[in-house]
Design a protein around this ligand. Structure first.
Ligand code: NAD
Length: 256
């Protein structure tokens, strides 16, 4: 029960990492505020409750500041404060390709959700955590913030680089307020986001050859890493980029 008595606001709880983390944090004793734009969020909250946990669902678009403010306001009103904010919601658009072909609207939407959405989450988390006396903020970046892909999604990649750098700066600014800010950089995962995109064995193989472990990661494995960053187990960590990627960012030549 590493999060006993804590309140965790998680974005993107309708699917993938966010859903797995909501279930995991609740099993560790946290009360969950699940934030998502999709109706599937209600199913996640039902699943948390069915497993004996406490959770509320908030419909919000993280790219809209007033939605984010309302979500944090609801969390404080219902549960009295926020100890953990996991800014995890993110998008990768089909029209996002290389620097020549990617249209402004694709870049703007990607940055709206992946960068401004995370920044808004940090803004309201810092304010709430000041009232609480501290807390842990976790921002989901990606391995593509650290290594280049010849299968480009330039807006997505740039947005995740921004998540890493804003995470570092916030960590330093708020370090003496007992507020920790860390990034989680997943490798390629077997979640809806990537599998709907890698829809042929060839596309999947093109990626897997670069992963030393030779398999995609699971959302549950990201939930374990997020739990570490959320809990006091990581009490001396801030400004870090936790890379949970099957060895991808460490690799040059991978095993046959
Ligand atoms: P997913 O698509 O399974 O889940 C993302 C969730 O975010 C969905 O429920 C979606 O409705 C929600 N969401 C999207 N836009 C939103 C918005 N504007 N406001 C509120 N909610 C919104 O994806 P996932 O694989 O669980 O990804 C979670 C995070 O992990 C993302 O930031 C993603 O970029 C990152 N990531 C994923 C992978 C991967 O391989 N899947 C790898 C590295 C990083």
């Amino acid at each position: 029960m590493r999060l006993q008595g804590r309140v965790a606001l998680i974005t993107g709880t309708g699917s993938g990492i966010g859903r797995a983390t909501a279930l995991r944090f609740a099993a560790e004793g946290a009360r969950i505020v699940g934030v998502d734009i999709a109706p599937s969020n209600e199913e996640t909250v039902d699943a948390v409750r069915a497993a004996g946990g406490e959770a509320i669902a908030v419909r919000a678009d993280v790219a809209v500041e007033s939605d984010v403010a309302a979500a944090f306001g609801r969390a404080e009103a219902e549960y009295g404060g926020i100890d953990v904010a996991f800014n995890n919601a993110g998008i990768m658009l089909d029209a996002d390709t290389d620097a020549i072909a990617t249209a402004d609207e694709t870049i703007d939407r990607t940055f709206g959700v992946n960068v401004k959405g995370v920044l808004y989450g940090c803004r309201y988390a810092v304010e709430a955590m000041r009232r609480r006396g501290g807390g842990s903020i976790i921002n989901t970046a990606s391995f593509v913030a650290s290594v280049g892909a010849a299968t480009p999604q330039i807006a997505y990649t740039a947005s995740k680089g921004a998540v890493l750098s804003l995470t570092r700066e916030l960590a330093v600014v708020h370090a003496r307020e007992n507020i920790r800010v860390n990034a989680l950089s997943p490798g390629p995962l077997r979640t809806e986001m990537l599998m709907s995109f890698l829809d042929t064995p060839e596309k999947r193989h093109r990626r897997l050859v670069h992963v030393p472990m030779g398999r995609f990661g699971e959302a549950d494995e990201m939930a374990s890493a997020a739990l570490f960053l959320a809990s006091d187990d990581s009490s001396y960590m801030t400004g870090a980029n936790l890379q949970v990627d099957g060895g991808l960012t460490a690799a040059y030549v991978t095993p046959e």
